[in-house]
Design a protein around this ligand. Structure first.
Ligand code: 4NP
Length: 156
């Protein structure tokens, strides 16, 4: 299974989601192909935000080596599921879809925890450590659910 995490800058939420899911996949000996991308070109080539790296490490996840890239239409072919963090990411990704198969791959990540509620993972970029910790806890729960579903063959 190939899973792509998407946010705006690919320096806060989506690299964290990538790192958390990678760690859980390893712990459960699941072979997943996991990546992340941003809908914007703001931070291409950069490592995650320093505050994301620090908060993730505090929670036992190392995302320091990840490098930001921009979401591209070809990602629809290369991934089975594309998780977006908020409504704006969702719309920006859907805008590049060429058919229903592409559209059906795109989901709001917190719908794994709260089906059909379309709740966003709040953008922590303009806030403090509390926001980063809140995002970590939301994504940790969502990724745990994703792993559970994969193990029960009920993700797609
Ligand atoms: P992310 O957070 O989408 O979770 O990576 C942001 C990163 C950068 C900006 C906004 C949000 N920015 O405006 O540069």
């Amino acid at each position: 299974m190939r899973i792509l995490m998407v946010c705006l800058g690919n320096i806060c939420r989506s690299p964290l989601a990538e790192g958390i899911l990678r760690k859980k996949a390893e712990e459960h000996a699941l072979e997943l192909f996991i990546d992340s991308a941003g809908t914007s070109n703001f931070h291409i080539g950069e490592n995650p935000d320093k505050r994301t790296i620090k908060n993730a490490l505090k929670n036992g996840v190392d995302v320091s080596m990840l490098v930001a890239r921009q979401f591209k239409a070809k990602d629809f072919e290369e991934f089975d599921i594309i998780y977006t963090m908020d409504h704006s990411n969702y719309s920006n990704v859907i805008a590049l879809a060429k058919n229903d198969a592409h559209i059906n791959k795109v989901r709001m990540i917190l719908n794994e925890l709260h089906p059909n509620k379309n709740m966003p993972v709040p953008d922590p970029y303009f806030g403090g450590e509390e926001g980063f910790q809140h995002v970590f806890e939301l994504l940790d729960k969502a990724c745990e659910k994703i792993i559970e579903k994969i193990k029960h063959n009920s993700l797609i």
